[in-house]
Design a protein around this ligand. Structure first.
Ligand code: KIV
Length: 249
């Protein structure tokens, strides 16, 4: 069953929300079969699939391509399309770009930071929005945890409240202390989706490549449920040995 933005919003305090990222058709198909509530086509695609060192290299064209691929693999799952760096600064421009992500197959869009005017503008034009606060990789200087001192924690609490008041239906909390995620979750009316933010959030999101062990470096907070990279290396090694030794049939 494909959840609408409102279905996801209604899960707050009732049912935990499991979100994973996906970037390709076969992975999206697996995630739909596994029953995730939503798939995030994140701009992490740039780092985990495209070899860039930052999400800032990801463009609208990349996102449109990957959202289309994920939609073809998961026709019955809510898809959140990430707004790439610099695509969502000005409300009118953000709306044009968000509409393109929706046309490509997304049901909602996610954008980083306290861009309250942009969120209000998108929502007013019928685009469901997921906010993102805490560590916001498009603008962060590094990937260290944020919100550790009281001033920073208060800033993030204000941002999350502003994002909810602007009309977002969910908000991602990335790499903040567990206690702060708990405070934010208790103080806003929309579901919080944590990544590196403890277990008190209304849901969790993981980058699929981290979760299945398909990468070469992992953030400190990632969880691994499989070691697919090792499986691929073993399979390729066996194939190479068979071809080279003449035992390949
Ligand atoms: O781009 C992404 O995959 C994300 C997650 C890390 C939440 O924003």
């Amino acid at each position: 069953m494909k959840y609408s933005a409102d279905d996801l919003l209604q899960k707050k305090s009732k049912e935990k929300i499991a979100v994973l990222t996906a970037y390709t058709t076969p992975i999206a198909r697996c995630l739909e079969q596994a029953g995730v509530a939503a798939i995030l086509v994140g701009d992490t695609v740039g780092m985990v699939e495209m070899g860039f060192s930052s999400t800032r290299d990801v463009t609208m064209a990349h996102m449109i391509y990957h959202i289309g691929a994920v939609r073809r693999g998961a026709p019955e799952t809510h898809i959140i399309g990430d707004m790439p760096y610099n695509s969502d600064e000005i409300p009118e421009e953000a709306l044009r770009n968000a509409q393109q992500l929706i046309e490509a197959g997304a049901d909602s869009v996610k954008l980083e930071g306290p861009k309250f005017d942009v969120i209000r503008h998108l929502v007013a034009h019928g685009i469901p929005v997921v906010g993102h606060t805490g560590l916001t990789p498009q603008t962060a200087a590094n990937f260290k945890q944020v919100g550790k001192d009281e001033d920073d924690a208060q800033r993030l609490l204000d941002d999350a409240q502003g994002i909810a008041e602007a009309g977002a239906f969910m908000v991602v909390l990335e790499h903040i202390p567990d206690g702060l995620a708990q405070r934010i979750t208790a103080s806003i009316s929309i579901p919080t989706i944590g990544i590196g933010a403890g277990t008190a959030c209304d849901g969790q999101v993981l980058v699929i490549n981290d979760a299945i062990g398909m990468g070469d470096k992992w953030p400190p907070f990632s969880r691994q449920y499989a070691y697919v990279g090792q499986t691929i290396r073993d399979a390729a090694k066996e194939y190479v040995e068979q071809v080279v030794s003449g035992t390949f049939k």
